[in-house]
Ligand binder design. Structure first.
Ligand SMILES: [Zn+2]
Length: 506
């Protein structure tokens, strides 16, 4: 099988000479490449570029006044403007769209019209902007639905974006219904100190369909936005193992063949009667409640804290939802655990704490997520929440619209009245600045038949903590080996020893 060796490098106009010299060195060392693609902000055609000894070079640049055009500026250099599709002599096709978001909106019709003419998939797609679902996946607040349209239509084997000039990002491969695999990357610019050039091999003949399935394949982000039917793979939108099952039940309900999944305690990830319970992660077991470290923790060790500190408070009984009016003892016990953790985080590690939970009759096994937050970030919580709410409500219109109310304590009458209503379903953040002061509670209700973003809590906190790559618990970034999980749990136990209430519980 014939392969093409391709290099994509992001260069800005100011550094072009220096960067091209570097590209030459890369070409000598890791090449020769068959093709070098360079997205560049703007390009002055008069620049005298020394491209001797380089293979075919495509410079992709924008120029608001020139529409779609290409120009050969020397034997081996072609300049491509704004948007279009280019076919190489070896058969490789490349589509490109350099417009930033504002211009994309303006030129939407022209752009979509141009790409609607293409009747097959392309090999490489280069766009300035990211698609929305991927952008959202790593809590970036940019991205364009026009890019989504292109990504879906062209199903490029490699999609490169370059709007984030400072960070390299690579999404795990995903698959289209045709069996074709796609990869998405953001390439930062030369001078960012990050990986600004990316080399890869691509088979020319098989059109990407024979590529064997990589082990890190993820659900296709473009066809798995919280919406349709049973095609949607399990792993998207899951905040936690349990949420995965919850989502199945939500979708199941919506399907025509109305199949509601019931998770029995013997197969519930949080029930002791499940033989596969991950008991190496248990920190403490009380009378009604137990505590575990989180699988694929969101937070990372920071400052004095040598553990992620992300943990789960779980009722021992298999209940989907907490009904404090009926089960006051359990509710109290959960709050007692919550306080003990808030205290440990504050006293031992100088950290504040945020607790996130979903109270839904469609959940499988109720639990709370407890995450330590550095003191300097805690006051930024509300604006982080606000941004994600905006994103949820405006961009993901299929999701339940969220509107958060704030309460000043667990004993606020309004709050107590609300949560004692058996029919109410809600998302809740409890923000503890110190162990002594009353926490602020932010709560948004939803209807049982509405689709909610189960990752919402994690998304808000990942944004607050500036850990965009840690939104998904089951990503390679977050998942730990069993050994790491055990070590984390042991360290947690050691730190928690003096605060553990299971010892004093009667
Ligand atoms: Zn259970």
């Amino acid at each position: 099988m014939t392969n093409a060796k391709i290099l994509v490098a992001h260069i800005s106009e100011n550094d072009i000479d220096e960067a091209i010299r570097k590209v030459k060195r890369v070409n000598e060392k890791s090449g020769p490449f068959d093709l070098i693609v360079v997205p560049i902000q703007s390009f002055d055609e008069m620049v005298n570029l020394n491209t001797d000894d380089l293979p075919q070079l495509l410079l992709i640049s924008s120029d608001k006044n020139s529409g779609s055009k290409s120009k050969k500026i020397s034997e081996n250099v072609t300049l491509l403007y704004n948007f279009g599709t280019y076919k190489l002599t070896n058969g490789i096709t490349l589509s490109y769209l350099t417009y930033p978001r504002e211009i994309l909106q303006e030129q939407r019709k022209i752009v979509l019209n141009e790409f609607s003419k293409i009747d097959s998939e392309v090999d490489v797609l280069i766009t300035k902007e990211w698609g929305l679902p991927i952008s959202e996946k790593c809590t970036r607040l940019s991205g364009s639905e026009i890019i989504d349209e292109l990504a879906k239509k062209l199903q490029a084997r490699y999609h490169f974006a370059f709007s984030d000039e400072m960070s390299f990002y690579e999404l795990e491969p995903f698959k289209w219904e045709s069996g074709r695999l796609s990869r998405f990357l953001n390439i930062p610019k030369y001078g960012s100190g990050k990986k600004w050039a990316y080399a890869f091999n691509m088979s020319i003949e098989d059109n990407g369909k024979d590529e064997s399935e990589p082990p890190n394949l993820i659900a296709n982000p473009y066809i798995s936005v919280i919406t349709d039917s049973n095609k949607r793979p399990l792993e998207t939108g899951t905040d936690n193992l349990i949420d995965a099952s919850l989502q199945l039940s939500i979708n199941g309900e919506k399907n025509k063949n109305k199949k509601i999944r019931t998770i029995l305690p013997s197969s519930c990830h949080f029930c002791f009667s499940n033989p596969n319970l991950e008991d190496h992660m248990i920190i403490s077991i009380g009378k009604l409640v137990y505590l575990t470290t989180a699988k694929g923790p969101l937070s990372v060790p920071k400052g004095d804290m040598d553990i992620s500190g992300h943990c789960l408070i779980i009722p021992i009984e298999h209940i989907p939802k907490l009904d404090p009016s009926k089960n006051a003892e359990l509710a109290q016990s959960i709050l007692a655990y919550e306080s003990s953790l808030v205290k440990m985080n504050y006293v031992k590690f100088d950290m504040c704490t945020i607790v996130f939970e979903i109270q839904s009759e469609r959940s499988i096994h109720f639990h709370k997520q407890v995450i330590p937050i550095p003191k300097y970030l805690i006051l930024k919580f509300f604006s982080a929440l606000d941004r994600q709410v905006h994103f949820n409500n405006e961009k993901f219109t299929r999701n339940a619209k969220l509107e958060f109310q704030t309460y000043d304590s667990h004993s606020s009458k309004e709050y107590v009245d609300l949560i004692n209503k058996q029919s109410v379903n809600y998302l809740q953040f409890t923000v503890y600045e110190t162990p002594e002061s009353h926490p602020k509670i932010h709560l948004a209700t939803f209807n049982a038949d509405e689709t909610i973003d189960l990752q919402f809590g994690r998304r808000v906190l990942a944004f607050l903590l500036n850990l965009p790559r840690r939104v998904k618990w089951n990503s390679t970034t977050c998942l730990q080996t069993k050994q790491q999980e055990s070590t984390e749990t042991e360290k947690f136990q050691k730190a928690y020893k003096d605060y553990d209430i299971s010892i004093t519980e009667s």
